[in-house]
Structure formats: structure tokens, C-alpha cells
Design a protein around this ligand. Structure first.
Ligand SMILES: Cc1cc2nc3c(=O)[nH]c(=O)nc-3n(C[C@H](O)[C@H](O)[C@H](O)COP(=O)(O)O)c2cc1C
Length: 191
């Protein structure tokens, strides 16, 4: 049954930072009243997508692309997402770089997600992720360090760095609450 003021948060995360962001957003939304259920992409959904007020797709970027399982998930639920508003949170290192070029790059990162959904998100947030050097293998460490250097970010591989702007996510959650509050109270799945 449709639940007014409810969020489904679907996340795709490789090393756990995006999962942390998804759970954090859920707690922030719930503090303000709405229900927020968090599911890993590909996991069982607690209820039909159309029973939620808003869906939030939270995906990290690897090798210049959003998560492939997330793209597939959005394609699979494309018809439901014509009716249920959805939001994108795209997590990358590039989002930490405050240049015009970086802004263009992060917009490119989220485009396959919106294309897969077949409709535009009501909100699209580009959020800085984390440098997790101590958890990378030699190849990944070298590759990510190169990305970090190009973006003017920390390159000391002896320590991890959380680059996420949690105040930005707080503003995102507040905006999501405004959006959910503006939706009509619809009863029944067949909307
Ligand atoms: C193998 C690998 C490739 C990455 N490629 C990119 C990239 O192309 N562009 C970018 O901005 N960030 C890139 N990142 C940074 C991740 O998006 C960032 O570390 C994010 O926090 C990872 O989230 P996760 O732990 O949920 O997977 C990459 C990270 C790794 C480990």
C-alpha cells in the first residue's frame, strides 16, 4: 500500500563510502519524520517501487562511470519511475574539485543514470566521496592517486581522506523533505 512521505534509497557502493552516505541520508530524512528504507542495488525490495513517495538512487563513480548495476536497476524500474519522482546522488572524487571543468565532468557521470530511468530526476546532487588509499591494491592506489593529483586532491597514500561535504548532504535532505511535502497524498499502488 502507498505510504505518504516515504523514501526508498537504493545505493551502489564498492568500498562502503557510498553506503555510508545512503544510510546517513536515511537517518537525516527520518529525523524530520518521513520513513526511509535503504536497500543495496540488486537486493530484495521491501515493497513495490510505486508504494514510495520518492526514490533516491545513490551511486559511486568508478572509471568515469556510475555503477553498472545501478544503471540496470533504473532501466528495470523505468516504468515505475515515470510515476514516482526520483533523485540522484552521484558520489565521486571529481565532485570535490571546484572547477568549471570538474562540474562538467560530474554532470557527465550522472547522465547514464537519468538516461536509464528514461526521465529527469527531480534533484541531482554531485557529492565528493572518499580517498581510501589504505584499502586499495597497488594498481588502484596508483590509478586513484593520479585522479586525485589531476583534481588537486590529497595524494599521500598513507592515509584515507573523507572528502564528503556532509553539510551539502544536509541541505539535500532538507530539499528532499520539501519535495515530499509538496506531493499529493495518493492512496493505492495503481497511481
Ligand atoms: C577503482 C576506482 C576508480 C575510481 N574512478 C573514479 C573516477 O573515474 N572519477 C572520480 O571522480 N572518482 C573515481 N573514484 C573515486 C570514487 O568515486 C570514490 O572513492 C567513492 O567514494 C567510492 O565510493 P564507494 O566506496 O562507495 O565505492 C574511483 C575510485 C576507485 C577505487
Amino acid at each position: 500500500m502507498f505510504r505518504h512521505r516515504s523514501f526508498l534509497i537504493v545505493y551502489a557502493s564498492k568500498l562502503g563510502h557510498t553506503r555510508r552516505i545512503a544510510v546517513w541520508i536515511a537517518r537525516e530524512l527520518e529525523r524530520a519524520g518521513p520513513a526511509a528504507e535503504v536497500v543495496e542495488v540488486g537486493g530484495d525490495l521491501p515493497r513495490d517501487v510505486r508504494e514510495y513517495s520518492i526514490v533516491i538512487a545513490v551511486s559511486s563513480v568508478h572509471f568515469d562511470r556510475p555503477s553498472r548495476p545501478m544503471v540496470r536497476w533504473l532501466e528495470k524500474h523505468r516504468s515505475a519511475l515515470q510515476r514516482v519522482p526520483y533523485e540522484i546522488v552521484s558520489v565521486s572524487l571529481t565532485a570535490a574539485a571546484e572547477t568549471t571543468e570538474a562540474r562538467h565532468v560530474v554532470e557527465r557521470y550522472s547522465r547514464p543514470l537519468a538516461a536509464a530511468a528514461g526521465t529527469e530526476p527531480v534533484l541531482c546532487e554531485h557529492v565528493a566521496g572518499a580517498l581510501q588509499y589504505t584499502r586499495y591494491n597497488v594498481f588502484t592506489k596508483t590509478m586513484v592517486r593520479r585522479v586525485a593529483r589531476d583534481r588537486g586532491l590529497p595524494t599521500d597514500v598513507r592515509s584515507d581522506v573523507d572528502l564528503t561535504d556532509w553539510a551539502q548532504l544536509q541541505r539535500f535532505a532538507a530539499r528532499s523533505i520539501e519535495l515530499v511535502d509538496a506531493l499529493p497524498v495518493t492512496v493505492g499502488v495503481g497511481r
